[in-house]
Design a protein around this ligand. Sequence first.
Ligand SMILES: *[C@@H]1O[C@H](CO)[C@@H](O)[C@H](O)[C@H]1NC(C)=O
Ligand SMILES: *[C@@H]1O[C@H](CO)[C@@H](O)[C@H](O)[C@H]1NC(C)=O
Length: 298
Amino acid sequence: MRRMLPIFLLCGVLAVNGAPSNSAKATFSDAFVRKYFPTIFASTEAPNAANCLNKVFTNYELKQHIHVKCDETDGLDTCSGITFVSHDDKAIVMAFRGTYGKLQLLVESEEIMYRNKTAWYGGGNVAYYFAHAFNLIWNAGMKADVNELIHKYPGYEIWVGGHSLGGSLAALASNFLISNGLTTSSNLKMITFGEPRTGDKTFADTVDSLVPYSFRVIHKKDIVPHIPLNGMEGFHHHKAEIWYDNDMSTATYKECDSQESPFCSDSHLDYMIADHHHYYGMYMSYYGRRNCTGDPAN
Ligand SMILES: *[C@@H]1O[C@H](CO)[C@@H](O)[C@H](O)[C@H]1NC(C)=O
Ligand SMILES: *[C@@H]1O[C@H](CO)[C@@H](O)[C@H](O)[C@H]1NC(C)=O
């Protein structure tokens, strides 16, 4: 028995000093996100994505911009995913776009879209709608593009992101890539803007353990991150919330490093759709649909 004492002491020391490496807390960078991600997300809206990406990337290679019908019930609803590699940043980038028809439905009658959950890679359940949309985009060609780039550029980071419903697809993609061994927790950066609740508590816990570099950026009173309501059918946010309670023109934000904090965007009691469309001064959907020409703010 006496011989076990040093082991217990050692465990005590490790527990204090040594968090497992994949839960080491990442640091949010306003400058990094502001420079790249509004334009990346606008490009997912653009008929000519390169016209957007040219504004912030120089030495890059664009793979396919994949469009799928993401809902078999009406057949009109399209989602998209884009893959490119930035050699200057040594990063392979995957970004997703949801659809505005569905966003409308989500805001008006959230339960319809969220009724059906399905198991997701790594653990937990997510809204079936997102799982189905991700699978369609992945199988329509993103799988081939990502596999090719990962094989060709093994030292590159993977950046995954999306705005709105695209943010939910990004969270699914991140868990998928890491739990299938396509990349590692320390190599992936995930950024979402205005992401709705995507899955249940177990899914949120899985994101938190697999994706330490994960930031849900929220603009002021954006309504979408509050949908579906906390706890409705078990829907629950993952970490970490980055909340700008302003017009996002400066690096003034609050970080809430928890899944459901009352101290960030939940501290407002009223929400609006207008703040959902503008991030970092850019109206991402309109600007993107114009191939990133004209005034980014309108
Ligand atoms: C519900 O989910 C199952 C798979 O889990 C799927 O086959 C079915 O089409 C879904 N229904 C709707 C209405 O989305
Ligand atoms: C955007 O680019 C596409 C493809 O190059 C082109 O057909 C379309 O007219 C452009 N739209 C605008 C508004 O520039």
